[in-house]
Design a protein around this ligand. Structure first.
Ligand code: GLC
Ligand code: GLC
Length: 814
């Protein structure tokens, strides 16, 4: 069953009924000001940091679902009936409901009693504000007398504080109202130099800034007293809960359409110029007035929207493909690329499943997110790499996350995840291959943000590799620390206290438990660093890293092979995890994927055997599960993984993030059919037809899909913010389609399904447009390459000479 459809031409998903199984989200904003918006206008906004600079309030985990948003009410002043064009929060029956989620914007509307409303929500490029452009049309045969009420609820800036510290917050709220604009300025009188504003393009019949005056005591957003009676209270908030609501009265002739614009934004004043007059407590509005005035003009709002459209044309134009498969095309050309932008910006911080409070930017997550985004915004990727590296510790280890506003690492979600530093090498390698910008390696970057500790980025990479070698266990395999990629495989925690955090509690010093996953990742990273060293002309180092990688590979083969697949780990007692000897959890997906990606066992059949085992033991129609058999009870020595009921999360769900590793591994084995089959199983567009089972948005990947051990097999959770986005994008674009940036040029080595006759693609790489045509002549993957009409050996298109704008590449596959 479907709840809408894809409009690929507009690059939109069009939702046609408001009661989707879960709120189906989109994101507004590309760089600094962001908003989450659901298909019924729920969600909230923030500036840079979802926790520290929250502008509007949201009620998590609430009933009804998805409470708090950018709500507009309409009221018919004759019948006195009122409704929400976005369905929520009044949930009146609506006709012609539609929500078009597009690239950085959403358009939501419906018709009620022949009054049609559409609101376009978006954030202009390079601005710290959002625009709501609402059009109202009277389809009646007689004039309509209407009232429009806007509403948002201001948050008190730090979202955690907002949710917990009412004894203070109920007394600090302050607003100003001037020229129809509502200014939210809580704490501006003291240490803040920023405030929020909410403006309207029309003359107001009234306004409100105090929640209780607007809603009425003991009432909710579904029937605000002000809307019911059709008259604002003109309230001024003193403490309690500041809100913003405008009231506009409209008289519409039959057939008439009017547009009303609302602008909600964030603004910073220079410290010395906070107030005007300077000795007052009144916000200095000299600068902000111009910004507000600009976007309340329809022409300017329209121009900003067009600029946003062009921005996305350009970004998505960097990689466009036409294959025989609709779902591949749609995801590569539109939605997967778009999701990569969102995960790059927000890491795992703010979604319907992430509160925006708990997690900032993860070290490992953000490095992986680069893989899907680096071609779209290389300069932002560069900045991100340097920010991440600056949180690295001098030991080579890393803080597990940092807060985007402060860019300082913290241990709030634990530390000593021993895989973390290696991901920096993977992220930097992707950046270098895409851009060729080796100057980044010379950038002085501090450790732990300590001034004076700066070393070239290259040295950070060296310490990353060293960090693993300094921490080898009894078998010579990497010690796991708190956990590796799998946050929940906690072999040193031994937690027996209810509620204790697996992320911050350690009971063992961890000199025994080892990870084969980190072993595989090390081999991969050592190979990348060796290639980088080679490019720098540091051949001795390149040789050493390759030798380190080879040594680790030998160790993995010797102690990390279980007979038919790669082992997962050794626990604190030196016993095997992920082995046929185990009672449960006999085979895990992660080491199979990463070891084959690293090239281990490609030649001698180990890789083939491991991937067969994955196919036989872990494959389901909804994707590949993380492990089997699922843990049926809590195992003290394994930690959080066994706290989840069987089939959920790390305990044997389809944890989508690692499916693309197996997809890449299959392409390394030359198995395009299987790679694409796995890809399709988790492809959200291909799953659209089972939306009632999948339940999350059909246009973006989710973190997990319940595994076969769960009663809800096939049900997705944690959509949007997941490493699945970047890895799947890398798997399909670079490995199945096979178009890969390398140091020597653009490689085209497709491993596509045998039944595909070929595909065409346009890829802009280092400023040059590559028109690629792949034609299948035989069932295999061997490439015959022609570049601008001339035969070229191998499968890498050499770097074109300076000034070249376009290159024609044709590939025959046989
Ligand atoms: C989540 C985390 C990621 C981790 C994964 C597996 O996606 O954000 O860091 O690797 O879970 O536990
Ligand atoms: C796990 C999640 C993982 C997260 C960890 C800590 O359940 O899957 O993503 O990092 O918990 O919050």
């Amino acid at each position: 069953m479907r709840y809408g459809y894809f409009d690929d031409k507009q690059r939109e998903y069009v939702i046609t009924r408001p009661d989707t199984p879960l709120p189906w989200l989109n994101y507004l904003g590309c760089e600094a000001y962001f908003g989450l918006i659901s298909n019924t206008a729920g969600g909230y906004s923030f500036y840079r940091d979802a926790r520290l600079r929250r502008l509007t309030r949201y009620r998590y985990n609430n009933v009804p679902l998805d409470s708090g948003g950018r709500y507009i009410y309409l009221r018919d002043n004759e019948s006195q009936e009122f409704w929400s064009p976005s369905w929520q929060p009044t949930r009146q029956p609506v006709e012609d409901y539609v929500c078009r989620h597009g690239m950085g914007y959403s358009i939501i509307g419906s018709t009620h009693d022949k009054i049609e409303t559409r609101t376009r929500y978006f954030v202009p490029l390079d601005e710290d504000l959002e625009i709501w452009q609402m059009t109202v049309t009277n389809h009646r045969r007689k004039p309509a007398r209407l009232s429009v009420f806007s509403s948002i609820e201001f948050c008190l800036w730090d979202a955690l504080d907002d949710a917990t510290n009412f004894q203070r917050n109920f007394s600090t709220g302050q607003v100003e109202f001037e020229d129809g604009v509502i200014y939210h300025k809580t704490e501006y009188r003291e240490r803040r130099d920023h405030f929020a504003y909410f403006a309207c393009s029309h003359k107001l019949a009234g306004y409100d800034t105090q929640r209780e005056a607007f809603l009425g005591a003991y009432r909710g957003w579904e029937n605000p007293a002000v809307v019911e009676r059709g008259r604002s209270a003109n309230s001024e908030a003193h403490g309690w809960a500041p809100i913003g609501s405008h009231h506009v009265k409209l008289r519409l002739k039959p057939g008439e359409t009017r547009q009303i614009i609302f602008v909600l934004g964030y603004f910073e004043n220079p410290r010395a110029q906070k107030f005007e007059p300077p000795d007052s407590q009144t916000i200095n509005k000299r600068e902000v007035r111009a910004v507000i005035a600009k976007y309340l003009q329809a022409e300017n709002a329209d121009a900003a929207f067009e600029a946003l459209r062009r921005h996305w044309d350009n970004l998505l134009g960097l990689y466009q493909v036409k294959t025989p498969d609709l779902h591949t095309n749609r995801m590569v050309n539109i939605w997967n690329a778009y999701q990569c932008m969102v995960t790059f910006n927000l890491s795992r911080s703010a979604s319907f499943f992430e509160s925006g409070i708990g997690r900032g930017l993860g070290f490992r997550d953000s490095n992986q997110d680069l893989l899907g985004f680096v071609h779209m915004a290389p300069s932002r990727a560069r900045e991100r790499i340097l920010d991440l590296a600056a949180t690295q510790l001098s030991s080579g280890g890393a803080y597990h996350q940092y807060q985007p506003l402060t860019k300082r690492g913290n241990n709030d979600v634990g530390s000593n995840f021993n895989d973390d530093p290696l991901w920096l090498i993977v992220g930097v390698a992707a950046y270098l291959k895409e851009t060729g910008d080796f100057s980044v390696l010379d950038e002085p970057v501090p450790y732990d943000n300590q001034p004076g500790s700066e070393q070239p980025l290259y040295e950070h990479l060296q310490r990353s590799l060293r960090y693993t070698l300094d921490r080898l266990g009894p078998h010579g395999l990497p010690l796991i620390g708190r956990a590796d990629w799998n946050d929940c495989l906690n072999l040193n925690c031994f937690s027996d206290t209810p509620g204790q955090s697996f992320q911050t509690t350690t009971n063992k010093d961890g000199r025994v438990a080892e990870s084969i996953f980190i072993g595989g990742l090390f081999v991969l990273a050592a190979g990348e660093l060796a290639a980088i060293a080679q490019q720098l002309g540091r051949s001795d180092e390149a040789v050493r890293y390759l030798a380190d990688g080879a040594e680790m590979e030998r160790t993995v083969r010797q102690h990390g092979w279980d007979g038919a697949w790669f082992l997962r780990a050794y626990d604190d007692f030196g016993r095997k995890v992920g082995s046929s000897e185990c009672e449960e959890g006999q085979i895990y997906i992660e080491p199979q994927g990463i070891c084959v990606m690293a090239g281990i066992g490609l030649e001698d059949g180990l890789a083939r055997q491991a991937l067969e085992a994955v196919n036989q033991r872990l494959g389901t129609a909804h994707g590949i599960v993380l492990l089997q058999p699922a843990y049926s009870k809590y195992f003290l020595h394994l930690g959080e993984i066994s706290t989840y009921p069987a089939g959920y999360k790390e305990n044997a769900s389809i944890f989508c993030h690692n499916n693309p590793w197996v997809i890449i591994a299959e392409t390394r084995m030359g198995n395009g059919d299987r790679a694409h089959d796995y890809y399709t199983r988790i492809n959200p567009s291909a799953r659209e037809k089972i939306s009632e089972v999948h339940r999350c948005e059909p246009y973006v990947h989710c973190q997990m899909i319940a595994g076969p051990d769960a009663p809800t097999h096939g049900e997705a959770k944690n959509s949007w913010l997941t490493g699945t986005a970047a890895w799947t994008y890398a798997a399909v674009t670079q490995w199945i389609l096979g178009i890969r940036p390398t140091f020597a040029g653009l490689q085209v080595a497709p491993v596509i399904p045998t039944k595909w006759k070929g595909y065409t693609a346009v890829r802009i790489f280092r400023g040059v447009t590559y028109f690629i045509e792949v034609v299948r002549r035989g069932p295999g993957n061997s490439v015959t390459l022609t570049v601008d009409g001339a035969a070229v050996k191998g499968d890498i298109v050499p770097m074109p000479s300076a000034g070249t704008e376009a290159v024609r590449v044709s590939v025959e596959l046989a």
